[in-house]
Ligand binder design. Structure first.
Ligand SMILES: Nc1ncnc2c1ncn2[C@@H]1O[C@H](COP(=O)(O)OP(=O)(O)O)[C@@H](O)[C@H]1O
Ligand SMILES: O=C(OP(=O)(O)O)[C@H](O)COP(=O)(O)O
Length: 406
């Protein structure tokens, strides 16, 4: 069980400052609706229904990047999910923000401007230093409690995540609670049968590090995606290289070659690699080739093949727990979704404990009509999920735990 207090422990009629993670894809300047809104809406609705005055903080993008925008559009999307008005003020802790906070009535909800527009939010520093910033020292006295629901940002030591829990009584929101429990299961729970990890996607450096760190806590790794191709390359197959205008493979190969070879050396029996791969044939349709028949990589491989899925399915059915990190193919293109969807369907059909993580990969669930209810947990975290899997501490969770001990 987590060692932090939750919103069940909040005193009645509190003024609560709540940190969410609404960081979203931005298209034409507008935030796109996604699972983060839906999940955080549950915490916000519960707090508002209980009669608390609810002030929300969140970030969007990083300064200097295209996705660094105001949260005005986020307030509207969140309001739709909460089923209540979510007021917005284009200020983080200045006079306009303080006036809006003071004017809030019981059960009302206000979203403050992108926390990263405030100089004190970034860069990373210790909780003690962040608690002494003007941002925290100005806002904290207006509140009775701080709630952190932003599990997916909990690996960052930013003021809104680690500073406020030192200045106020601090609690975990519902998203924080459920993400924490599911994502640490691999490190904290005992499973009776085999534990399997499906490893794919494009961020090979991240997932190979996870494989190395998890070591024998996972009984078998089923590989696909870019990471899988790099492992095939290490096993002596002429794949896992950039072709044409690609730049997904060679650099990640150079950076991970030794680690891949050492994982294969030490855990080779636990690592299952694709036996066939799919690519775009001359007619534009999906074509497949057995890995043993590949003499030279001439085209981009965009999915694992049907024989690989048939090989992975029984391994999933025999498992007591399955954790997914990364897609097995470019599932956004229907022609190359079979690997990812086949494996997700196999997981959905079993009653094993299952967690699907990664913002991109978890989108395959709704895209292909799978039900989220058929998985134990679909995480809305990327980087924090990876760290939780390997047992690496999350600074924003640590300060919540420390707050509960005070
Ligand atoms: N062979 C491949 N070549 C290129 N992209 C791939 C391949 N296999 C999977 N992908 C891509 O990987 C993405 C998902 O993985 P990634 O972005 O690493 O993970 P996350 O789910 O954590 O966001 C998908 O968008 C998919 O298109
Ligand atoms: O979306 C996020 O992380 P993720 O892409 O790892 O899930 C979080 O909001 C953290 O954002 P950041 O990586 O800009 O600090």
């Amino acid at each position: 069980m987590p060692a932090f207090d939750t919103i069940d422990d909040l005193p009645a009629d509190s003024r609560v400052l709540v940190r969410l993670d609404l960081n979203s894809p931005i298209e034409d300047g507008d935030p796109q609706d996604n699972r983060r809104f839906e999940r955080h809406a549950e915490t916000v609705r519960e707090l508002a229904d209980a009669g608390h005055r609810v002030v929300l903080m969140a970030h969007q993008g990083r300064p200097g990047r295209d996705d660094f925008t105001s949260l005005a559009g986020h307030a509207d999307i969140l309001a739709d999910h909460v089923g209540r008005d979510v007021a917005f003020v284009a200020d983080t802790y200045g006079e306009a923000a303080l006036d809006a906070i003071d004017a809030l009535g019981p059960g009302e909800v206000l979203l403050l401007e992108n926390t990263r527009m405030c100089d004190d939010e970034l860069p990373e520093a210790s909780p003690e230093e962040k608690a002494e910033t003007e941002f925290v020292e100005t806002l904290a006295p207006r509140f009775d409690a701080y709630v952190n629901d932003a599990y997916s940002a909990a690996h960052r030591k930013h003021a809104s995540l680690v500073g406020f829990p030192l200045a106020l009584p601090a609690y975990a929101g519902r998203v924080m609670e459920t993400e924490y429990e599911a994502n640490t299961a691999i490190a904290t729970r005992e499973f009776d049968g085999p534990v399997t990890m499906v490893v794919g996607g494009t961020k090979a450096t991240d997932v190979i590090g996870v494989m190395d760190a998890l070591d024998d806590r996972v009984d078998r790794f089923l590989l696909g995606g870019v990471a899988g191709e790099l492992f095939l390359r290490a096993a002596g197959h002429p794949v896992g290289r950039d072709v044409g205008e690609m730049d997904l493979f060679d650099e990640q190969w150079e950076g991970n070659r030794e680690l891949i070879e050492s994982v294969l050396d030490e855990r080779g029996d636990a690592v299952r690699l694709a036996s066939d791969l799919a690519y775009e044939g001359a007619d534009g349709d999906r074509a497949e080739v057995a890995v043993d028949d590949i003499e030279e990589k001439r085209e981009a491989f965009l999915d694992v093949g049907a024989a690989t899925v048939a090989d992975y399915e029984p391994a999933i059915r025999e498992s007591d727990a399955v954790f997914v990190k990364g897609a097995l193919g470019v599932f956004e293109d229907e022609r190359f979704a079979d690997g990812t969807v086949g494996v997700l369907e196999a997981i959905a059909e079993t009653d094993c404990f299952s967690v699907v993580g990664g913002g991109d990969t978890s989108r395959a669930i709704e895209m292909y009509g799978l039900s989220e209810d058929d998985f134990s947990h679909v995480s809305i975290a990327g980087g924090a999920y990876i760290r939780a899997l390997t047992g690496e501490p999350l600074p924003a969770v640590e300060v919540l735990e420390a707050a509960a001990d005070r």
